[in-house]
Design a protein around this ligand. Sequence first.
Ligand code: C5P
Length: 293
Amino acid sequence: MHFVRSYAKINLTLDVLGQRSDGYHELITIMQTIDLYDTICLIANQDTGVRMICTHPELSNDENLAARAAQAIRQRLSLTQGLDIELHKRIPVAAGLAGGSSNAVAVLLALRHWWQLPLSTADLQTIAATLGSDVPFFLTGGLALCEGRGERVTPLVYRLPPSMRWILLVKPAISVSTASVFRNLTARDYSDGTASRSLLATLAEGGNQLPLENLHNSLEHSVLEQYPQVAQAREDMLHAGAPYVRLSGSGPTLFSTFSNLSPAAQVQQQLHAQGYEVYLTHAIYPDDEKKAD
Ligand code: C5P
């Protein structure tokens, strides 16, 4: 039996450069894992299949990315050992936080370790990329630059500045389909990657402040226009005192950042009182976990 944590991410920037001939969009995005996680328990069973059990019944099926990750490994290495995957969900689903993608990688890494599988990092990268565009990011996690359709990952050694010490997430009570958000983009939403490149340069300098205009998300305009609940949540966050508000991924989760806990907690409490699902969290890096062990 094995317990593992599976962390969520936010997109600090997301530049959509344009549409590719394969239908996907070319991206430059800077992603960061955050201290909001699902817990996965892997249990060997006497059958020959993979059984998925999730605290969200609608996710207890073979289509769950965690189950698909286990199947991908079993097929690749012709394994017959049966497996139960129990998934305690805390990361909001279809929310722009890549919970499903993170779950998939947690299963890949845990099975490789547990079953001592002969899988190289390159093998895992190939399997991860077949499961989804933002799955490979979680093989390293932390802070990373992701390009292509999101699967070309460059881990970054930088840390977020003190002005981003606390990250407040607000999840409006709707789910958003990533495919439909990308489908609704028009040329006016495309950018040239300046925001991600400027953020990269600012992070490399290690300054205390980040120019907020660097935190651009090319999907935000379209999501705010299409989903009034997200636009309303954004207004409510600003009204409650958030210094700025950005969309994570294709949303609907919005985030803001704070250097100090008190103002962050104040904004959190006000939004919670207004009925929002709110999480006060922070960036997390792969090394943090090792230190905690
Ligand atoms: O790769 P993934 O299955 O997670 O992507 C979900 C959907 O989002 C894709 O089917 C595609 O429509 C859209 N997408 C895109 N460009 C990307 C990533 C995703 O158009 N770079």
